[in-house]
Unconditional design. Structure first.
Length: 385
């Protein structure tokens, strides 16, 4: 796609070059990159950072989350993760804010023999893609993390899977965007016609469905936050992901003593915290790291991830509206994909040229689907029915 956006950027006219709808990590990253390129940017959101990122753990895990049948998504995750060190360094330099970026790596573990067999199946697939996955014996795991339960049967190291703290990241992105000249407006956009800009970027998470008609659905996730006693750092350094008696779980340590324990994946649109989910998460977490039983439980919360029918984001022009770009549907990957999404969308806004990386994630792959993700029977007979 070339030449779709009329007129070059200008700072001497009232009408914005770019209106970004949504001030989560994706929207703010796009706003920052666009403003830094000299574009006049307005960001619309009545409650910046209150969406999925307020609940997210902040794992940057392109390797651990390389799943069967998602190779193109894995390639995008890897490309974005490669940008994270520079992205984090630049953001910290610009704002002076520590965003909790840590590089100890991720341990992937299995508690029982069945858990380990399931995990090894995935590790074999990941290794087949050439990803850095190093199997470890139980003794090697405990050399790295002595706090792991003696029952853990085995695991693997993904050294390039890192973490960041989303609750520090979002304020830093907001500050960076504003320092670059972006203006934040506490305005809820109900329809695209409410926005007046040369280009509109919809980065509204689950709210993108109502604005665009695209099949973005809420996927509920419940998550717990624990804190080590006496304000000390947790007794482990790596992000730990694994299976405990069939229950998938992750544990993310923070330097201030916090541990994020999650998360459920539920096809529901409510944000109620349920006793059953809390019980399952705590049991699995304590089974892997027994010391967690002595930690304080400080928060139990639920959020809604923006999911799509193929679990991949929607990036690029809205069909029939070349002046509207979409950056949504990131599901579990909104934090890790923020740098590459911001760069690709900002480049597209600036010069109208679509990077080949965007091709598999175009919105038109869902033509014929309703916002809920089901085929639209009025188009029965086309390739998506």
């Amino acid at each position: 796609m070339t030449g779709r956006f009329p007129s070059p950027p200008s700072r001497d006219r009232v009408r914005p070059d770019v209106a970004v709808v949504g001030a989560g990590p994706i929207g703010l990253s796009i706003a920052w990159r666009c403003a830094a390129r000299g574009l006049r940017v307005v960001v619309h959101d009545p409650a910046p950072g209150s969406g999925a990122s307020a609940v997210a753990a902040g794992m940057l895990s392109p390797v651990a989350e390389a799943y069967f049948g998602e190779r193109q998504l894995t390639e995008l995750l890897l490309a974005s993760a490669e940008r994270w060190p520079g992205f984090a360094a630049e953001l910290t330099e610009v704002t002076g804010v520590d965003i909790g970026y840590r590089t100890e790596g991720t341990l992937m573990v299995g508690l029982t023999g069945d858990d380990l067999a399931e995990a090894r199946r995935l590790w074999a697939y990941q290794q087949g893609l050439g990803l850095p996955v190093t199997p470890l014996r139980p003794s090697e795991l405990r050399d790295r993390e002595p706090a792991l339960a003696p029952r853990v049967r085995g695991g693997a190291l993904a050294p390039t899977d890192h973490q960041v703290d989303p609750r520090l990241l979002v304020p830093a992105l907001r500050a960076a965007a504003q320092q670059a000249g972006a203006v934040l407006v506490s305005h809820a956009v109900r329809r695209l016609s409410d926005v007046d800009a040369r280009v509109t970027v919809v980065a509204a998470g689950c709210g993108a469905a109502a604005l665009t008609g695209l099949p973005v659905r809420p996927v509920k996730g419940q998550i717990l936050r624990l804190r080590a006693p006496d304000g000390v750092a947790p007794g482990f350094r790596h992000v730990i992901r694994g299976y405990a008696d069939g229950e998938p779980v992750y544990l993310v340590p923070r330097v201030d003593g916090e541990v994020v324990l999650g998360a459920t994946v539920e096809e529901r649109a409510d944000t109620t915290v349920t006793a059953g989910a809390v019980q399952r998460l705590l049991r699995a977490g304590v089974d892997l790291l027994p010391e967690l039983a002595e930690y304080d439980l400080v928060e139990a919360v639920a959020g809604l991830r923006p999911g799509t029918p193929d679990n991949a984001p929607i990036l690029g022009p809205l069909p029939g509206r070349p002046d509207v770009l979409v950056a949504t549907g990131h599901h579990r990957h909104g934090i890790v994909l923020a740098p590459i999404t911001a760069d690709l969308i900002a480049d597209l806004v600036l010069d109208g040229v679509s990077d080949p990386l965007l091709a598999p994630f175009r919105a038109d792959r869902f033509l014929g689907l309703t916002p809920g993700g089901s085929p639209d029977r009025s188009t029965e007979g086309d390739q998506w029915s």
